[in-house]
Design a protein around this ligand. Structure first.
Ligand SMILES: [Zn+2]
Ligand SMILES: [Zn+2]
Length: 337
């Protein structure tokens, strides 16, 4: 099969992924082989390539995978040949640690991440345990469905962790692939909530898009919105938005930071300005299977149709570089033959 392989940590500018012919994976107990149709490009892949989240090497990146089941391994009993399924960031868990046993499998001691600890979707095939593959609603074509699996599902988890109630105000810091799905979730679930969107610079691509979509207010990070924030989600790779969000939270407000790694340090917090009055800050780590299943269901009902830009498998380096440079908006997706 064809795959784009990462062999060593490098700068994305060095075009580090190499197209190679490698054997199709052998199936073990409970595993299915999926012929991949589309794989989304996620910011986490920049962290992996550049070494902020070290993957096993060599590795095939990619954790927003849509495809059809091509063969079944021993003891597979729920899946059928030809079924369309998705594979997300959660590749496998131990199912016996205290986190797995308490519904927090995202924190599993042996959490294996797709396209990081196990081979992912920048390829023609992937194997995965059938319990870690999801049925994809018919509402979406392959390209539309891919970004739902990480950007969307983890955005849903972040929104859930804010504890937002209808009528409260929420600030979104950064407005990329994840935040634009979160925005649609908020509009559907909380019709009386005001959404304030903060981007890096007035007039940048996310700013223009946030204006178009009809947010209640759009401004630059560091500006004061019309009202204080009850809740906030920070999806940016920079450090400043974290501090700026805490500063404009209302008393008892909560900030959820939804990134796997920050690309720069978070500036100094002061207890008085950023945390006093029972303000909270929380991160989002990984995802559970239930998050993915619940989100796909909701996404089909709303429906959330992500804005996408397609690339070919062999253009993965270019797609990552364009993502790093902010040269397209919405979600990049590799369309795989
Ligand atoms: Zn991701
Ligand atoms: Zn576990």
């Amino acid at each position: 099969m064809k795959a784009m392989i990462l062999k060593q940590i490098s700068r994305v500018e060095d075009m580090p992924l190499k197209l190679e012919d490698v054997p199709k994976p052998d199936l073990k107990l409970n595993e299915i082989l999926v012929k991949i149709r589309a794989c989304g490009i996620c910011r986490t892949e920049l962290d992996e390539v550049e070494g902020r989240r070290i993957p096993k090497l060599p590795v095939i990146l990619g954790h927003e995978i849509i495809g059809n089941i091509e063969s079944l391994g021993p003891s597979v009993n729920k899946s059928k040949l030809g079924d369309r399924v998705g594979v997300a960031w959660i590749y496998s868990t131990c199912r016996k640690c205290k986190f797995c046993l308490s519904g927090q499998e995202n924190l599993c001691e042996n959490f294996q991440a797709t396209g990081c600890d196990a081979n992912g979707g920048y390829a023609q095939y992937i194997k995965v345990q059938e319990d870690f593959a999801y049925k994809i609603p018919d509402k979406f074509n392959d390209t539309e469905a891919a970004p739902l699996l990480c950007a969307g599902a983890i955005g849903y988890r972040a929104l859930r962790l804010t504890g937002l109630k209808d009528g409260e105000t929420i600030g979104l810091f950064g407005f990329g692939a994840s935040a634009h799905q979160v925005y649609q979730l908020i509009r559907y679930l909380y019709s009386n909530t005001k959404v304030f969107i903060f981007t890096k610079r007035k007039g940048d691509l996310p700013y223009i898009f946030a204006k178009e979509i009809g947010a209640d207010w759009v401004g630059e990070t560091g500006e004061n919105p019309p009202e204080k924030l009850d809740k906030a989600i920070d999806t940016t790779p920079s450090g400043t938005p974290t501090v700026e969000a805490l500063k404009i939270l209302d008393k008892g407000g909560r900030l959820v930071v939804n990134v796997i790694r920050k690309e720069e340090p978070i500036p100094q917090l002061t207890y008085e300005h950023h945390l006093w009055y029972e303000k909270e800050i929380k991160s989002v780590a990984n995802i559970t299977r239930k998050d993915v299943i619940d989100f796909l269901d909701l996404a089909a009902k709303i429906p959330i149709i992500p804005k996408t830009k397609e690339f070919k498998l062999e253009e993965a380096n270019k797609a990552l570089l364009m993502l790093k440079r902010g040269e397209y908006h919405g979600a990049g997706v590799l369309k795989i033959e």
